[in-house]
Design a binder for this molecule. Sequence first.
Ligand code: 6PG
Length: 248
Amino acid sequence: MLPEIVVVEDEAELARTVAGRFAEHARTSIEARGRFFVALAGGSTPKAAYALLASPAYRDSVAWERVRFFFGDERCVPPQSDESNYKMAKTAFLEALGIPEDHVFRMHGEDEPPTAARAYAELLLAELPGPHAPPRFDLVMLGMGPDGHTASLFPGTDPLTGDELLVRAPFVEKFGTYRITLTPRMINAAREVDIATAGPTKADALSAVLGGSYEPRTYPIQIVNPQDGGLTWLVDRAAAAKLPVKPG
Ligand code: 6PG
């Protein structure tokens, strides 16, 4: 299925679009299956959308008690660290919404990376509804770095390394640290993948990813292609500035 590309004016409109889609994905998943299983994106782009979801404008548009929160990747830091994607999400909206701790499943960045990855894979098998193999998220939210990485799949290695797993702990040369990340196999099993990216620093990568040749070792995000699900790019005009054909 070809990806849909939605270009919005600016980061404020992107936040509204991401929040609106989150609420819509949640509504359709809960209507169909009684629950909404979502893997949250880390980084800075989704923060504004998360905050909107906890605001009066959106908070009543989701049946929060039916949502189960997971993460697409995590830094190898304790949950209290300002580097933690879990802490970012908790402070951006989970705490404000009063989401019960047992509805939030964080990757244990404080543990030995391979141990944490194995434990999270087992947790996904236990918590996500079967019998699909691999288990399916209703929505995986992703971002994209200026180098074309997504989650913690970084350039320089084949993103399909270890793809027999659901979660793995790659050593990321550029940071000199380990990360914990869903594998492409887990991401591509999702019913929906929404990639939100904004700002002029992403324009070169976005142009290469969407308009250039298929080089997933250089641009790991190119590996994202849900086999039986939707893929939607949500980008602002600044990030879309160098796209070969202006969509929309
Ligand atoms: C992380 C994210 C990462 C992020 C991109 C974009 O742990 O940092 O999972 O993949 O989505 O780096 O980050 P920004 O949104 O901050 O540009």
